[in-house]
Design a protein around this ligand. Structure first.
Ligand code: RTP
Ligand code: MG
Length: 140
């Protein structure tokens, strides 16, 4: 299997509840390496740019407001099959549908405040990693 990179975001609902360490433990227990990490407060323009792919969706404005409601932690996760593996660890978008043991089953508050973001394809992962990090900041 190929070694991949994926972009993870610990969302404001999770930073607010000091869940960063518990969420990082899930990534590391699954064999993913946290190769870069950065805590930041997104501006509205940055959140709109990051989620531009969702700009036509009915939940876009609420999503942007939520994502700027507090600090986030952007991270690069590296490992075998990292894109799909991270999506597995995260669980379904709606925590009501997330498998037991996943981050969203354990920590998400709602379909919107669902604790983590993860890239959904290798191509999007490359773009999303580059949105937050310079190559020199990524050490696997
Ligand atoms: P993500 O992009 O954050 O990893 O989540 P995802 O792929 O599982 O979900 P996606 O469909 O890409 O939606 C992006 C984020 O928008 C919020 N959302 N709200 N109110 C709603 O119906 C709704 N649907 C989605 C969530 O924060 C979701 O993670
Ligand atoms: Mg998505």
């Amino acid at each position: 299997m190929a070694i991949e990179r994926t972009l993870s975001i610990i969302k404001p609902d999770a930073t607010r509840r000091n869940l960063t360490g518990k969420i990082n433990a899930k990534f590391e227990e699954a064999g993913l390496t946290i190769a870069a990490t950065k805590r930041l407060q997104l501006t509205k323009a940055q959140a709109e740019a990051f989620y531009a792919v969702h700009s036509a969706r009915p939940f876009f404005n609420d999503l942007v407001s939520f994502m700027i409601s507090g600090p986030i932690v952007a991270q690069v996760l590296v490992g075998e099959n990292a894109v799909a593996k991270n999506r597995e660890i995260m669980g379904a978008t709606n925590p009501a549908n997330a498998d037991a043991g996943t981050i969203r089953a354990e920590f998400a508050e709602s379909i919107e405040a669902n604790s983590v973001h993860g890239s959904d394809s290798l191509e999007n992962a490359a773009n999303e990693v580059a949105f937050f990090f310079a190559e020199i900041e990524i050490v696997a």
